[in-house]
Design a protein around this ligand. Sequence first.
Ligand code: SF4
Length: 324
Amino acid sequence: MTNLIDPNAIPNTPVEGWQPDPEHPRRRPPWIKVRAPASQEYKEVYSLMRDQKLNTVCEEAQCPNIAECWGRRTATFLMGGDTCTRSCGFCDIKTGRPNPIDWAEPLRVAESVRALGLKHVVITSVNRDERADGGAPLFAMVIKRIRKIHSGCSIEVLIPDFKGNEDNLKTVMDAQPEILNHNVETVPRLFKKVQPQDKYEWAMKTLGNAKKLDPLVLTKSGIMVGLGETFEEVVQVMQDLAGQGVDILTIGQYLQPSKKHLAVERFYLPEEFDAFQKIGLELGFKWVESGPLVRSSYRAEQQVRELSRLNHFRLRDVVEVDAS
Ligand code: SF4
């Protein structure tokens, strides 16, 4: 691919300043400030999740934005149980053999979306590689249920790569989510270390095929930085994603959840996140969310609002809803 990037846009990699300390993963630079969860809204979301026996990425991944997001009554629902068949080095979700799928879960998620009065929802799942369908029907079911009982809410699904399986992807795309998200997470050189059961090709194929199966969907992907990649490698991944027609990009700082997870190799400076955003917009992404605390679902509702204002987004006009 042609290199479209102005080399002056790439800041020098800083080596001084804030060095990560693997022995003290909670020690973070001053620009990474995490609010303590205390608001009434936070407590309400917490109670709802417990009452409905639902899992969220916000909790499972120890997301640093939980006070802010739950304080705004938004959350990312995690379906398919709380146990993942893959064992990524950055992720705090339990690995192992999951329980059988709970097919009533999509309805409980939909009811919670309605109870929270959400205008936009993000739904993801653990990997269910033990199943031929990869758990894809859960996504189709939850989309249909939400449309049936809480119409007007836009739906973003953050899906696994289904090992590049097109039939499973089609199951999701046929339900017509407004946004199809799959995070590439890191640069190809680090896949073996960071997410050993994933393949870069599967990530790219998932995003490219999603657009082919449904040209009206907005596609989205995310990258974590600080795992040992170079700035230039990140830019190359951005170019690859742009080449797949991806519309929305998120870039955030990796934070080590505990000592047993991969160590942070470096903390990027806020200026570097600004540089990623500038480069992303030059590459043609419709929206780039880039910052130390940016996560895949961070400010997702505001993104949709801004994209609507720019005429890049509109709610699906789905006439027939079969919520079976
Ligand atoms: S950024 Fe996403 S995962 Fe983190 S608290 Fe917000 S909604 Fe949850």
